[in-house]
Design a protein around this ligand. Structure first.
Ligand code: ASP
Length: 338
């Protein structure tokens, strides 16, 4: 009797847990991306379609200037893109990093997953692959990114991401060599709310199939060739339909050292609720880098979700978007950072 009562409540819990599926959740208030992903699901698309369409919308809208073309010029003024997409049922992944000339990075990531046996392609070769697959080659530079770049040049190439080096004595814009006695780049990390962002997205359907993905143009003034956390599996995002999914945003150079998305999913596998899993993943990084800039979103196998962020002066509250069958539209959510 007691056992059947237990079973009844367990089934009720599982059923209730599923009532708000399908689900789309993404980092930052990138509402048009959530709406595009939601629309994809509502029109019969798969969770992979939702993640691809949602992130692609951000790439075209240049969400915040931090996703897609025309943002975050590197030290040479070029915009390069990182993206990944993961199928939580099959555990297949496609990723591209340091992608040049192609606007639709998440589309190329999906092509890597579905048109090759590989998992990640990088740099010029990734761009050539994309061109061969029919993606249009375009200039990713805009007046805006040119302006950011020329302001940076005028400011003697400060801030930058180099450390323990000295620039040519006649300029502070390089070329750089190992640190000499006097002038040196201070190596102060300039990652703040203005120099970056990323769309990280999770989608889940009524059958519990999960997918996750990311797309970003990385950090302004990065050293050419720099790849952040966003296209790194388990760092930028991770999805396993039997455990949960997560996606991260923030200072990728720090965050990728801790695979926060993988960690959060494993914690959910072991029973942590999404908010607790997100918090633990942030805490793990905090232990070593107390003032890092970053946040993470998490969803478990019943479609419950949560988020967490590290509290720094430029981030005291983290905003993210959710659409589910209850809201039937993109709704802004926020979580206080800790
Ligand atoms: N994680 C991204 C990167 O480091 C940037 C961001 O999400 O803010 O490339």
């Amino acid at each position: 009797m007691l056992l059947s009562l237990h079973l009844f409540f367990l089934m009720l819990y599982l059923r209730l847990g599923h009532t708000s599926l399908p689900l789309v959740i993404n980092t930052w208030p990138f509402k048009s991306a959530t709406a595009a992903a939601w629309h994809a699901l509502q029109s019969g698309g798969s969770v992979l379609d939702a993640v691809e369409k949602g992130c692609a919308r951000c790439e075209m809208d240049q969400c915040d200037g931090t996703v897609g073309f025309g943002g975050s010029p590197d030290e040479t003024g070029e915009t390069t893109l990182d993206a990944m997409i993961m199928n939580g049922n099959s555990m297949e992944v496609g990723a591209v990093a340091d992608l040049r000339r192609i606007k639709n990075a998440i589309g190329v990531a999906r092509a890597v997953m579905e048109r090759t046996e590989h998992t990640m392609l990088v740099g010029e070769s990734a761009s050539v692959f994309a061109e061969n697959m029919g993606f249009a080659a375009e200039d990713l530079t805009t007046n805006e990114s040119l302006n950011v770049f020329s302001q940076w040049l005028k400011g003697n190439c400060q801030p930058n991401y180099r450390k323990n080096v000295s620039p040519d004595p006649s300029t502070s814009c390089g070329p750089y060599g190992p640190k000499a006695a006097q002038t040196q780049c201070n190596g102060e990390r300039q990652v703040n709310i203005h120099s970056h962002d990323t769309i990280g997205m999770i989608a889940m359907d009524t059958d519990g199939h999960m997918a996750a993905g990311t797309s970003t143009n990385g950090l302004s003034h990065k050293v050419p060739g720099r790849v952040g956390d966003s296209p790194i599996i388990g760092a930028g995002a991770y999805a396993d339909s039997s455990a949960g999914a997560a996606a991260a945003t923030g200072d990728g150079d720090i965050m990728m050292r801790f695979l926060p998305s993988y960690l959060a999913v494993e914690l959910m596998r072991n029973g942590a609720d999404p908010s607790a899993a997100c918090k633990s993943a942030i805490s793990r990084i905090k232990r070593h880098y107390s003032d890092f800039f970053g946040a993470i979103i998490c969803a478990n196998t019943t479609g419950h979700y949560g988020a967490a962020c590290n509290k720094v002066p430029s981030l005291t509250e983290f905003h993210y978007m959710v659409a589910d069958s209850e809201s039937d539209t993109a709704v802004l959510k926020s979580v206080p950072c800790f």
